[in-house]
Write a protein that binds this ligand. Structure first.
Ligand SMILES: Cc1ncc(COP(=O)(O)O)c(C=O)c1O
Ligand SMILES: [Zn+2]
Length: 412
């Protein structure tokens, strides 16, 4: 198999090319975000779908020729990627569509899709000789950086809003990372991480400006296509905060299309919370304007999306669309998903499923179409949110009569 075919980056705004070395986070000419570029002809000569099918590595590293690093990590004790794509025929029927798949990325090591980005980011940082990585995060990217830094022997320094769910902050500390809860919003934490990295020279894993991260996230699209035997779904529902995941999803399908491994792109649907919808607004207005983000879905609560241009490209180039969900719709979808499939998603992830429900109600998806939904993070990380619509019952006395009383009252 060939090693990576990565050759550098193109600016998402002005198209300027930057080589892979020296590594730049943003375009030297206009400071916009960069997009990794590959030599597709080289890949076509040295790699194929058949070759890939014989690779027994189930992790994201089976896609090395399409990743922006030179080699696989030394430590493979923890598997990132290779998550189940769960077929939900009965639920599809209930929703009135042809077929439905849930991509269960709660199964990643730290419980979210962010591990895909972190795994590639850490390998990139190692190849460039860094020992310390800093990140701002609403919680999941930080927990992911802390987790995988532990396996890959890196030092992680994390800036997260002090209002992040306690489970996420605790998780970060358990993995042994340095945590700085920030008295402010995610956007404040992001700006601080930029200042710290400028002052210290550490590697930056903040979502949204490091082009390596959306490349890691794109492996979710590569996996979905491979799991469906290179027949992509008609529509794919993605929860959107900064826009990095959705940008990666597009890039994964784009790469496969360039290689001729798939014959079309799915429509990519950007799902945001009504109280944090800068990207869906921009799909209409053409301009990304900051909002005062407020939603129960903390992972997608973002004032100014840092990867908005890639998100907009994903929707427009794939002929997709945007949807806004209320907190009530998100929490109801979370419970419905858990009850019908056994998948307990955090509110951000449930937002994508809520988007599918809305789409079926508004006839944006037809009865002969198929859908995939990204379940990007586990519900166990934010119990407070989940408890808004399920109440823990009052305790009963430990005797049969108490049980019978309560049972008959609730089943009469
Ligand atoms: C579970 C989950 N879903 C969705 C998102 C949104 O991803 P992005 O900010 O790349 O749009 C995040 C980001 O933190 C997340 O943690
Ligand atoms: Zn530029």
């Amino acid at each position: 198999m060939i090693q990576s075919s990565h050759i550098g980056y193109h600016c998402i705004s002005c198209g300027e090319f930057s080589p892979a070395d020296p590594f730049l986070y943003t375009c030297e000419k206009c400071d916009s975000n960069l997009d990794a570029t590959y030599d597709y002809d080289k890949i076509k000569k040295g790699w194929s779908r058949k070759y890939l099918s014989g690779n027994r590595d189930r992790s994201i590293w089976r896609y090395l020729p399409l990743l922006p690093v030179a080699q696989n990590p030394e430590d493979t004790s923890i598997q990132v990627g290779g998550t189940p794509l769960v077929s939900q025929a009965r639920l599809a029927q209930e929703l009135g569509i042809q077929d439905l798949w849930l991509k269960d990325d709660t199964r990643n090591p730290s419980g979210s899709l962010k591990d895909r980005a972190t795994e590639v980011g850490i390998q990139h940082a190692k190849e460039l000789g860094y020992k310390i990585i800093a990140a701002a995060s609403t919680g999941n990217a930080a927990a992911s950086l802390a987790c995988l830094s532990a396996t890959h022997k890196m030092e992680a320094v994390i800036f997260a809003p002090s209002s992040a769910p306690p489970a996420k902050l605790t998780q970060i500390l358990q993995y042994g990372a340095h945590l700085f809860p920030v008295n402010g919003s995610y956007d404040d934490a992001f700006d601080l991480s930029m200042d710290v990295v400028k002052a210290t020279g550490w590697y930056l894993r903040s979502t949204g400006i490091n082009p390596i991260l959306s490349e890691g996230k794109k492996t979710v699209a590569l996996e979905i296509a491979e799991q469906l035997n290179w027949e992509v779904p008609d529509q794919i529902f993605v929860p959107v905060g900064d826009g990095c995941i959705i940008g990666g999803v597009y890039k994964g399908f784009y790469d496969l299309h360039q290689l001729g491994w798939i014959d079309r792109l799915p429509k990519i649907v950007a799902v945001q919370a009504e109280g944090s919808s800068a990207i869906v607004n921009a799909l209409k207005s053409g301009k990304i304007k900051p909002v005062n983000a407020e939603t129960v879905a903390d992972s997608i609560s973002v004032d100014l999306p840092r990867d908005g241009q890639k998100a907009i490209r994903a929707v427009k180039e794939s002929h997709g669309y945007g949807l806004k969900m209320t907190d009530g719709e998100i929490l109801a979808a979370q419970h419905y998903l858990a009850k019908t499939t056994g998948l307990f998603a955090e509110p951000a992830a449930a937002a994508a499923f809520a988007g599918l429900i809305k789409s079926t109600n508004e006839n944006k998806i037809n009865s002969d179409e198929t859908a995939a939904v990204l379940i990007t993070g586990t519900g166990l990380k934010d119990i407070n949110a989940a408890q808004q619509i399920v109440n823990i019952p009052s305790p009963i006395l430990p005797d049969l009569d108490s049980f019978k009383n309560v049972w008959s009252r609730s089943h009469s």
